[in-house]
Every structure is written in structure tokens, then in C-alpha cells.
Design a protein around this ligand. Structure first.
Ligand code: HEC
Ligand code: HEC
Length: 224
């Protein structure tokens, strides 16, 4: 399977320069490969990025036109021939709007789990109606910060792929996206009454306790 053979856990650490829509690039481009390809191609103009994206259609890259335009603006500006100096980049990053779970989900997670949370049977597990989200207060935080690898069964279907780490998200962003998936698509009905929404501090605790994707898999099994 493409995702298993190309997504490399080791190089999931590559960080692109912060800028508007960087998260959209992460969410879209890491579906098939890590960011090494992007870093290696940095310095080319937007028109050349556009040709590259066209050439990736043969591998199955499908992006709606509005997202494609935003991705190209990011690539042309931040991985283009004239990237802005690091100091102004930092200013853009710190001026970012407060975390919105739904927007983050749609940009980071929906390329695999789908906007409606239904996933793709056999490839990407559903999050809608998935009681695993409530296995333990911090379980989804471990998945999002570290990734997950190994055979799992969800709603009677088997999955054996790899989810990449999203450790580039801030504590507040991770909390917001998980609070969103525990509430969206009717999932609030699965949520135990004593499971309160996550805050930044809860995510920071999990971040300090780093696991490999395999260890997250073992942790998941221990909760079943
Ligand atoms: C559907 C799968 C898929 C997605 C999604 C995808 N790519 Fe790729 N990409 C590939 C494959 C497969 C290759 C390897 C092609 C090769 O080795 O010749 C590749 C190669 C590349 C390369 C290297 C090309 C070269 O000739 O050196 C770049 C740069 C790249 N991708 C950028 C991106 C960007 C930017 C995104 C996000 C907008 C993206 N890719 C999303 C499948 C994908
Ligand atoms: C590149 C595709 C991809 C993206 C993007 C992605 N995931 Fe996943 N996710 C997976 C795969 C594949 C699995 C199952 C891994 C396995 O087979 O062990 C998974 C599993 C999960 C699980 C565990 C489900 C269970 O039943 O135990 C959660 C929770 C989750 N993802 C949340 C998210 C969130 C939140 C995001 C966005 C921040 C996200 N995922 C983005 C592919 C992805």
C-alpha cells in the first residue's frame, strides 16, 4: 500500500517554514510521502510547483481548486526562489488565529479520515461513531502527537497502516482538534459524562511522554 511504503516515521520530523496554510500543506502532502521531497525541491517558482502537482495526479493526488491555489501560494512564497526572512516568518506564525478544531480537522485530518469522519473502509479508520476516541482521556492525544502503527480493528474492519505524527501542532491545536472529533458527527453521545474537554496542559503532559507509533499501538491494546 502506498501509504505504508512511502510514509517514513523518521523524517516526519521535518518542519516547513511557518506561514499561512502550512497546515494545509502538511495535511495534504503527507498523505503519500514525507516532507523530504518538498524540502529537496525548495527554491523553485510557483509555476514549477504547479507542474509538479500536476505530475502527481498520476499517483492519485486530488485537490479541490481552492485548496490547490492556497497550497501553491504557500509553496511559491515559502519554498520558492525568494522565501521571506525567518524573522518575518516568525511574526506571521505568532499572529496566527486561535485554534479552531473544525478548521484544523478539515485541513489536517480529512484527507484520510474524510470531512464527515467516515474514513475509508480498509484504509483509514472512521472517527465518526468510533468509541475508541473515548478509550481513555488522553488516548487520542497519544495518537495525534506520535502517530499510530499496527493492526487494529474498528467496527469489525481491519486496518494495518500508519498514521503520521502531528507533533508540529501546538498544544492548543491538538486539544482543539480532539475536542472537535469527540463532539462532531454525533460522537458526543459516546462520550462518558465524566470525560471533560482537553486543555493545553493535558496535551503538554502527553507531549513530555513521547512514544513511538508502535508503543501507541501497544498502549491502545492495553486499554481494550
Ligand atoms: C496521492 C499521493 C501523493 C500525494 C497526496 C502527494 N504526492 Fe508528491 N509524490 C508522490 C509520489 C508517488 C512521488 C514520487 C515520484 C517519483 O519518485 O518519481 C512524489 C514526489 C514528489 C516530489 C518530488 C518530485 C521530483 O521529481 O523530485 C515533490 C516535490 C512532491 N511529491 C511534492 C508534493 C506536494 C507539494 C504535495 C502536496 C500538495 C504532494 N507531493 C502530495 C505522490 C503524492
Ligand atoms: C495520512 C493519513 C492520516 C491523516 C492525515 C490522519 N490520520 Fe488518523 N489514522 C490514520 C490511519 C491509517 C490510522 C490507523 C493506523 C493503524 O492502522 O494502526 C489512524 C488512526 C487514528 C486514530 C485511532 C482510531 C482508533 O480506532 O484507535 C485517531 C484517534 C486518529 N487517527 C485521529 C486523527 C486526527 C485527529 C488527525 C488529524 C490531526 C488524523 N488522524 C490524521 C491515517 C491518518
Amino acid at each position: 500500500m502506498l501509504i505504508a511504503s512511502l510514509a517514513g516515521a523518521a523524517s516526519a520530523e521535518i518542519e516547513l517554514p511557518p506561514g499561512p496554510d502550512r497546515d494545509l500543506v502538511y495535511g495534504t502532502c503527507r498523505t503519500c510521502h514525507d516532507l523530504q521531497y518538498l524540502q529537496d525541491s525548495a527554491g523553485i517558482p510557483e509555476s514549477a510547483w504547479s507542474e509538479l502537482l500536476d505530475s502527481m495526479k498520476q499517483y492519485g493526488l486530488r485537490i479541490p481548486p481552492d485548496r490547490r491555489a492556497r497550497i501553491l501560494r504557500y509553496l511559491g512564497a515559502y519554498l520558492g526562489p525568494n522565501p521571506p526572512p525567518a524573522s518575518s516568518v516568525a511574526a506571521v506564525a505568532s499572529a496566527a488565529a486561535p485554534a479552531d478544531g473544525k478548521t484544523l480537522f478539515n485541513e489536517q485530518c480529512s484527507s484520510c479520515h474524510q470531512v464527515n469522519g467516515a474514513g475509508q473502509p480498509g484504509t483509514f479508520p472512521p472517527l465518526a461513531g468510533n468509541p475508541d476516541l473515548m478509550l481513555a482521556p488522553h488516548f487520542p492525544v497519544f495518537v495525534v502527537l506520535n502517530g499510530l502503527q499496527g493492526k487494529i480493528t474498528v467496527e469489525g474492519k481491519t486496518y494495518n497502516a500508519q498514521m503520521p505524527s502531528f507533533a508540529h501542532l501546538s498544544d492548543a491545536e491538538v486539544a482543539a482538534v480532539i475536542n472537535y472529533i469527540r463532539e462532531a458527527w454525533g460522537n458526543d453521545a459516546l462520550r462518558p459524562a465524566d470525560m471533560s474537554p482537553l486543555d493545553d496542559a493535558a496535551v503538554a503532559t502527553v507531549r513530555a511522554n513521547e512514544k513511538t507509533p508502535d508503543e501507541v499501538h501497544a498502549y491502545r491494546a492495553s486499554l481494550k
